[in-house]
Design a protein around this ligand. Structure first.
Ligand SMILES: [Zn+2]
Length: 660
């Protein structure tokens, strides 16, 4: 069944913009933000003793987004929120909404919550003793919050501008480890314990304009946002107060929570802590900082964290007397058994790593990770600059180390709020450290690979040499040889059998050609090379120009495909080397002009290359007679091969440049 409108629809690029990288910058960065202070009194998160909803506002709560795109088109989005907890299912919904609006994949998105105990009780509708009408209001707030997150993610990508990134680390002094221990190292209660480890790093990532002015800062601290204690006014707590201080001078200040699962603020007011931390961030900004270069590579993985298992109901009951005693968890486990269900033995937690060139590693740990994970990871990951965040992508449990599980106490209580039930085993530490190490290794090797040209593998090529002017293809109409390449008149095309592309399933595709369209060929969709039939099982790939803009489509013919047209038009007065790539793993499209990546990159939603399609290959026209989409102008050196990286694309451009 022909789908005559498909090709027009698929050329609506969704991430196109008209800015360009300056010669000297590795990144484009954009910001998005929205005030998320509830407009009405809602039940608040963090303390079970509250008996009424919020009554006022100390400082506003925000959702903030930072979008990054490097020169190779790699993208990443940081989304940080002033809320107490967000659980994985909600984060997944947010990421799906973001994907719909920006094409970003899950692994490109890092969500961090500030864990403020003075925000609305999102994702905890049944944890606190609130009346039904409060639950309804909170549920509505959560839906709005999800769509706000997607909106600011899109805003951040619309705001992309050339940016210079620098990193430094300060020292936080306003908090302490909160795990009281006796002389035998047993947990005795929540109290200030200067002998126990607290992560005092204050990571600071500066985002500057090319003129040196500071546009934004990401900063962190590994401490609970609980300076205010139980109260009834909305606030971002010390993180919100620090943002207020910093944003007197810097347009965007984004707090990212560290591994402070077992750290609490020391005495002092929330304003004082805001001033202290903002002064430290500003001090770091004034010191020499480490310039951060690209590319940026992101890795993401769910990992099954081990839970204590039980042989019998009696085993579970005895936990009431055990070192991890938590009546709520015991009761939850018994309820699961009462339903006749199996007790969970693992919990799938999301882990994320961002690798910035060889300069900086951001490890995003899930849950309320405790401070000891920071030295453990620094030791395991090695000498590279490591920034460890906690409270990323899921906050459903405390994440203790082996040491802390053996000591017992509050941070060994396992899951919080409305989650599954159980306690982590001491093996959890090993799993966490190995997971992060593995993800860092993977992201680092992707960075290393990006610096080398990818191996070039030719699937098919047509060079239109004098000795074989049509490269073995059938000529339909009149296609004379020009001084260079072939001249297409808008009525003629070349045709050959469908090319065999099993390798494209794993190695992706690059479609490239030298083209010089006539001015008359700068309107409408004009095919350079394609196997495209406008038929469900026939569509495979196309490289075209769409109103003068190079475009590509990789089809699966069933789920449909989102193709892209370049943000730039071709110049009809000269030859241009056009190359487009599609990668099966990342699903990313890239469009290159004269060997340089344009800003037109995006992600395909469908199933990718349809290797089974057997439509004939055409150069200078589309497959179907109803929509011939003839090329007008010159075409030369058409090449189809594996997905190449920017370095290999540039090599191919340079190798054939002299001819054109
Ligand atoms: Zn907490």
């Amino acid at each position: 069944m022909p789908r005559p409108t498909t090709l027009l629809l698929i050329f609506l690029g969704i991430l196109s913009s008209v800015v360009s990288y300056g010669a000297e910058v590795d990144f484009l960065v954009g910001f998005g933000r929205k005030k998320i202070t509830p407009s009405e009194p809602l039940w608040m998160s963090g303390y079970s003793g509250r008996h009424q909803p919020a009554t006022g506002v100390i400082d506003d709560l925000y959702a903030q987004a930072l979008a990054i795109r490097d020169k190779s088109g790699n993208q990443a989005l940081l989304l940080r929120l002033d809320v107490g907890v967000l659980r994985n299912p909600t984060v997944t919904q947010i990421c799906n909404l973001i994907k719909q609006r920006t094409g970003l994949m899950r692994r490109e998105i890092l969500v961090n919550v500030s864990h403020t105990h003075s925000g609305p009780a999102v994702d905890e509708l049944y944890h606190y003793p609130m009346p039904t009408e409060q639950r309804i209001k909170l549920a509505a707030y959560m839906e709005q919050l999800k769509s706000d997150c997607a909106a600011i993610a899109e805003d951040a990508f619309k705001d992309l501008k050339p940016a210079i990134l620098d990193f430094g680390v300060g020292e936080a002094t306003f908090f302490h480890n909160r795990r009281g221990l006796d002389e035998n190292g047993r947990y005795t209660g929540m109290r200030e314990n200067p002998d126990n480890h607290a992560d005092r790093d204050v990571p600071v990532l500066k985002i500057s304009n090319t003129d040196g002015s500071v546009r934004g800062v990401i900063f962190g601290a590994a401490c609970h946002n609980v300076t205010l204690g139980p109260n009834y006014e909305y606030s971002g707590d010390y993180a919100g107060q620090t943002r207020l201080q910093l944003e007197k001078e810097i347009p965007h200040a984004l707090f990212v929570t560290g591994c402070g699962g077992d750290a609490n603020p020391s005495g002092g007011t929330v304003q004082q802590h805001g001033i202290t931390l903002s002064q430290e961030v500003k001090r770091v900004l004034l010191q020499p900082m480490k310039r951060i270069t690209g590319p940026i590579k992101t890795a993401f993985r769910y990992v099954e964290l081990p839970l204590v298992t039980y042989q019998s109901r009696i085993d579970v009951e005895t936990m009431r007397r055990g070192p991890y005693a938590d009546y709520g968890t015991v009761n939850k486990l018994l309820t699961i058994l009462d339903r006749g269900a199996q007790l969970p033995t693992t919990y799938a937690a999301p882990f994320a790593v961002w690798q910035f060139g060889n300069d900086l590693t951001l490890a995003g740990l899930p849950e309320e990770a405790v401070s000891e994970y920071v030295p453990l990871l620094k030791k395991a990951v090695g000498p590279k600059r490591l920034w460890t965040a906690g409270y990323c992508n899921d906050v459903s449990a405390y994440l203790p180390t082996e040491n802390i599980i053996k000591q017992g106490g509050y941070e060994t209580r396992g899951f919080i709020a409305e989650t599954t039930a159980g306690w982590f085993t001491t093996e959890v530490e090993k799993t966490v450290v190995e997971t992060v190490t593995h993800l860092v290794r993977r992201a680092t090797s992707e960075v290393d690979d990006a610096a080398k040209p990818s191996k070039i593998e030719t699937f098919s090529e047509w060079q239109f040499e004098e000795s074989a002017p049509y490269s073995g293809l059938d000529v339909h109409g009149e296609i004379p040889r020009a001084e260079q390449g072939l001249r297409f008149d808008g009525k003629s095309h070349l045709e050959g059998p469908s090319i065999d592309l099993p390798a494209a399933k794993t190695k992706g595709l690059t479609l490239s050609a030298w083209v010089k369209p006539d001015p008359a060929g700068m309107t409408g969709v004009r095919m350079i090379v394609c196997e495209w039939a406008n038929a469900v099982n026939g569509d495979r790939f196309s490289l075209s120009i769409n109103n003068g803009r190079p475009g590509l489509a990789i089809a699966d013919g069933i789920a449909g495909a989102i193709g892209f047209a370049c943000d730039q038009k071709l110049d009809p007065t000269r030859w241009t080397f056009v190359a487009v790539t599609w990668h099966p793993r990342t699903r990313r499209y890239c469009i290159y002009l004269d060997g340089k990546l344009t800003l037109t990159t995006g992600t395909q939603s469908g199933n990718g290359i349809n290797a089974a399609g057997q439509v004939s290959l055409k150069i200078g026209a589309q497959a179907t007679e109803q929509h011939p989409r003839y090329f007008i102008g010159l075409i030369d050196d058409v090449w189809i091969g594996n997905a190449l990286n920017p370095i290999a694309i540039e090599q191919r451009f340079k190798a054939s440049k002299a001819k054109h």
